[in-house]
Design a protein around this ligand. Structure first.
Ligand SMILES: Cc1ncc(C[n+]2csc(CCOP(=O)(O)OP(=O)(O)O)c2C)c(N)n1
Ligand SMILES: [Mg+2]
Length: 342
């Protein structure tokens, strides 16, 4: 077993427990707006972030919480930021999609694709001011269809910038399947821009660790960027409360809310032709049925579970680690929320 397995699992587990607690706050109505969790992509984040040093930078997308936590940003400040409090990481003004830490050279953006130019900027600064430091861009497969990300990859190759472009590919952009809107192959696309590409199983933290180790070493020694293509699965769908996932988890509770308006519009006297209505209805049913067999719902695609299985050779150590993580996350949420109830 690789020596880093225990530390990778610790990072992933803390992140999972943290985000599950965040989900609880969101469900209780304490966090407003949408909530995109990074659950399901922990192996990708841990495999890369565990190798960053002081002076390295991170550009993050709308699922940046796990990366910040693993990078060592104060979790209490993150929780307070999510709650919109003035004593939060960004004064309560950023929310979960715009988390920044100047100290950690970490910047998030909800603008899909923005991690590319942000990381290229960080890397350009590193090239001039701190040779040996690198920048990482984390983004989804949907972002690969944004021009600014392609432009950033092109310049990074032309200027040999020390960047690791990490694509967390879950096959979806909100409710759109990537296969329906993405031409060609993503790694081939990166290579076409002059960026070497590596394919890795994004559910396997050790594999990501190994693949990114070589890419990071390459960037540190001035040889330029690498594209890491990691497949992963977001078990909550696009965001918390994603309707298809809700329906299949609890059909009796959720179906009436969908069926009533659907039936009403189906029997409405005006509007679309019967054939089009039937097609629409068929589309909804197909989406629900395909979600039943969706890889997002299959526990074998859970990277935290997978990492845990590999460590069951030492159950006592595993138990101790999990108890400690539980206590730590419980304590930090209690601290962050201490004055909320009062
Ligand atoms: C420039 C831009 N276009 C559209 C959106 C709306 N939007 C938010 S998240 C998202 C999907 C992004 O998909 P992907 O990059 O694959 O990330 P994932 O959510 O799958 O992790 C879209 C289209 C946006 N925020 N920014
Ligand atoms: Mg995606």
């Amino acid at each position: 077993m690789p020596p880093e397995s225990w530390s990778l699992y610790t990072l992933m587990l803390r992140s999972r427990l943290f985000e599950e607690a965040v989900a609880g706050l969101w469900r209780d109505g304490l966090i407003s707006g949408e909530m995109h969790l990074g659950t399901g992509e922990e192996a990708v984040i841990a495999g890369v972030v565990s190798q960053l040093r002081d002076g390295d930078a991170m550009a993050l997308d709308h699922r940046g919480t796990a990366a910040l936590l693993m990078r060592g940003v104060d979790p209490v400040l993150i929780v307070r930021e999510l709650l919109g409090r003035p004593d939060g990481l960004c004064g309560g003004a950023g929310g979960h999609m715009h988390l920044f830490s100047r100290e950690h050279l970490a910047a998030s953006s909800g603008i899909v694709g923005a991690a590319g130019p942000t990381a290229a900027g960080f890397a350009l600064a590193a090239q001039y001011l701190h040779p040996g430091s690198i920048a990482v861009a984390f983004f989804g497969d949907g972002a690969m269809n944004q021009g600014m990300l392609m432009e950033a990859m092109n310049l990074a190759a032309a200027w040999s910038l020390p960047v690791l472009f990490v694509c967390k590919d879950d096959g979806w952009a909100i409710t759109t399947r990537s296969e329906g809107m993405t031409g060609g192959d993503l790694s081939a696309r990166a290579r076409g821009l002059g960026v070497p590409a590596v394919e890795v199983d994004g559910l396997d933290a050790s594999a990501v660790w190994e693949a990114s180790r070589a890419a990071i070493a390459r960037a540190r020694s001035g040889l330029g960027p690498t594209f890491l293509h990691a497949r992963c699965v977001h078990d909550e769908g696009h965001f918390l409360g994603f309707q298809l996932i809700r329906i299949v988890r609890d059909p009796l509770r959720e179906m009436p809310g969908v069926a009533v308006p659907l039936t009403r519009s189906f029997v409405h006297p005006g509007g679309a032709a019967l054939r089009e209505r039937l097609e629409g209805l068929g589309g909804v049913l197909t989406a629900v049925l395909s979600t039943l067999r969706d890889p997002r719902r299959d526990p074998v695609n859970d990277p935290v579970r997978r990492a845990r299985l590999a460590l069951q050779t030492d159950p006592a150590r595993l138990q101790e680690l999990e108890d400690q993580a539980d206590r730590e996350i419980g304590h930090l949420f209690a601290t962050a929320l201490a004055d909320v109830a009062s």
